[in-house]
Design a protein around this ligand. Structure first.
Ligand code: FES
Length: 177
């Protein structure tokens, strides 16, 4: 990962929200706001570029590497541009036992991409993630704000069709099982 000198701008409303979060922590402990600031930045920019992470490092008075290592550790952060709809399939134990691998393979074939890739039309990104806390409803995936549970190949096909027709639905809680 290479840092650049290029400056990006955070709009005032986003800066205000970041400052509000930073002030929740004691003086000298600004780094504790990092996870929340990364969420705010990703919600605004769609993903976390090196320029955005460098900006956050300056904001929190920490080294860029400290931001990179957190952003690349947690699967909820994206350090590459993603599609409009992220299909995040849980691949931890209980979901694997209930067929997560089969679901991932089906999505890969259906979309013509592998895990970590984005479709050419920029609509879908397929991710494999760790436990999303819905183990009792395995296998499952998260798309934006929606959880889709007890997945089957047929359910996945219907989801893909619905999201392709209306990609913003994953951030509006519009498609539910
Ligand atoms: S193992 Fe998949 S949600 Fe917990």
């Amino acid at each position: 990962m290479t840092s650049t000198e290029k400056n990006i701008e955070f709009p005032q409303s986003i800066l205000d929200e970041c400052n509000r979060v930073i002030q929740l922590f004691p003086e000298g402990k600004q780094k504790s706001a990092l996870l929340r600031i990364l969420h705010i930045a990703q919600a605004h920019f769609g993903w976390l570029s090196v320029e955005v992470m460098d900006y956050i490092a300056r904001m929190l008075h920490i080294q860029p590497i400290e931001v990179y290592e957190v952003a690349t550790f947690y699967s909820m952060y994206d350090t590459k541009k993603t599609g409009k709809v992220k299909l995040e399939v849980c691949q931890t134990g209980p979901c694997m036992i209930e067929g997560a691998e089969r679901i991932i393979t089906h999505i890969e074939k259906r979309l013509g991409i592998k895990v970590g890739e984005t479709t050419k039309d920029g609509i879908f990104t397929l991710k494999g993630v760790e436990c999303l806390g819905a183990c009792g409803y395995a296998p499952m995936l998260q798309a934006g704000e929606n959880f889709h549970e007890h997945l089957t190949e047929e359910k996945v096909d219907a989801l893909i069709d619905e999201y392709r027709a209306n990609p913003t639905a994953n951030y509006m809680g519009m498609i539910n099982d």
